[in-house]
Every structure is written in structure tokens, then in C-alpha cells.
Write a protein of this length. Structure first.
Length: 163
């Protein structure tokens, strides 16, 4: 940049990359009847089920980083589409457990393959999925995601803009 500005901030670049990825995944999984958010939910659920878990909506929300209310909305839509089943947790009647149906498993396997191909394309400039630069990039992202953020202080409109 020649106008004297320092260039884009890391936050701006992360935001741009996240948006680029979301749009690319949305387009890639649309033919399977999924959105990026739905894909995130079913792919996570697929992995958790393979590990022997039947997670609650809350557990899946924590795992994906999505709001619990949003996971509930997505789960209802996926249930209507016949891709997941929602059942009451026998140990906690307030909790709802989620599981992929057989058609949901088939669609999810297809979607995972499509997104893996997309991921390879995205990471090609770093040498591909298995490259050392990609592993370092993943480690850096994990470090940032694992760092807690302190809640922001509320903005006091009476003192805003005063030194």
C-alpha cells in the first residue's frame, strides 16, 4: 500500500478468509441441499458419532462454536429434511440429543468429500493439506481460537469521545 497506511489488520484478514471460506463451502454443498452452517453441524455430528458420542444440542453448539439457539434452529431444519433425528436425552429430559439418520450419513459423507477437495484448493498456496506451512498455520489458528477473550467493557455514551 502506497498511501502510508500499514495495510490490512490481522482481524480484517481473518474476517475476509472466513467469509471467502463460508461462501465457497455454501456454493460447494448447495447441490446436496446444505448450507455452510448446516454442513458444519452435520460434519461435526458425523465425527462425534464415529467417536461413539450422541451429543446434545448444547454439546454440539459448544463443539462448533455456534450459538445454542442457532444449533436448535439448524437441527429442526435438518430434521425436517430427514437428515438428523432429535430425541430427548434419557438422563436429562430438558436436553435434546442429535444423531444422523441413514440418509443424513450418506449426504454428510458426500459433503465431507466435496469440502475436503475445496480445502485442498484453499491450502494449495501453502503446499496443500499435509504441508509443513499448513500445519504451522493450523497451529497458529488453534492458538488464537484457544485464547480466551475478556468481555468488552460497556460503552458509556456520556463519556464516549472524551479524553
Amino acid at each position: 500500500m502506497t498511501d502510508g497506511s500499514p495495510g490490512p489488520t490481522p482481524g480484517f484478514l481473518v474476517w475476509r478468509l472466513a467469509n471467502k471460506w463460508r461462501v465457497a463451502v455454501d456454493r460447494a454443498v448447495a447441490p446436496l441441499g446444505l448450507t455452510h452452517a448446516q454442513y458444519s453441524l452435520v460434519a461435526s455430528l458425523h465425527g462425534m458419532q464415529r467417536a461413539g458420542e450422541r451429543p446434545s444440542q448444547r454439546r454440539l453448539a459448544d463443539h462448533t462454536g455456534l450459538e445454542a439457539l442457532y444449533v436448535s434452529k439448524l437441527a429442526r431444519a435438518l430434521e425436517s429434511a430427514g437428515l438428523i433425528e432429535r430425541t430427548r436425552d434419557p438422563c436429562d429430559p430438558r436436553a435434546v440429543q442429535l444423531a444422523l439418520t441413514e440418509p443424513g450419513q450418506a449426504v454428510t459423507r458426500q459433503a465431507i468429500a466435496v469440502v475436503q477437495d475445496l480445502l485442498q484448493q484453499l491450502l494449495e498456496p501453502l503446499g496443500g493439506v499435509d504441508a509443513a506451512r499448513t500445519r504451522a498455520f493450523t497451529d497458529e489458528l488453534t492458538t488464537l481460537l484457544d485464547a480466551p477473550l475478556a468481555p468488552s467493557a460497556p460503552i458509556d455514551e456520556n463519556t464516549q469521545g472524551t479524553p
